[in-house]
Design a protein around this ligand. Structure first.
Ligand SMILES: [Zn+2]
Length: 143
């Protein structure tokens, strides 16, 4: 992992903002689930600044993820958009002078994942074949 996620605090002293604009390979997200695959690049845009002793990071994040349809197990492609990821870090965490936002960003992206996905804009054509008794239970992918 390189410096893509590092904020150098001394660059922000005196009220300076740092623009963040990155397009990064999604490997860092590492969802630890083979059903969840991030595609293309993660687009990150935003600013970092100091508010007193606190580092404030505000980012917009876009990435495409593919999941398995909960009904038929087809792959479903979903754009994820974090409109306002905000992270603050108190000065104790900043003694090294560098803050690495990889981990908080990774967590925010994983939190944005839907609990379940369905193909065909949430209207899986196979849903009709399911017994109504199954709806609401844990049906579908057992891989
Ligand atoms: Zn489906």
């Amino acid at each position: 992992m390189g410096d893509e996620f590092k904020i150098f605090i001394r660059r922000l002293t005196g009220g300076k903002q740092e623009d963040i604009e990155e397009r990064l390979a999604p490997d860092f997200i590492d969802p630890q689930d083979p059903e969840i695959i991030f595609e293309g690049l993660v687009e990150i845009k935003g600013v970092a600044e100091l508010a007193g002793e606190t580092l404030v990071l505000r980012l917009k994040v876009d990435v495409v993820v593919t999941l398995s349809c909960a009904v038929c197990c087809e792959r479903v492609k979903l754009p994820l958009h974090l409109a306002s990821f905000c992270h603050t870090e108190e000065s104790e965490g900043l003694r090294s002078g560098v803050f690495d936002f990889c981990e908080p960003l990774r967590e925010a992206i994983l939190l944005e994942l839907p609990m379940r996905a369905e193909c065909n804009q949430e209207r899986c054509p196979h849903r009709a074949h399911l017994s109504p008794f199954l709806i609401g239970e844990s049906y579908g992918c057992t891989t």
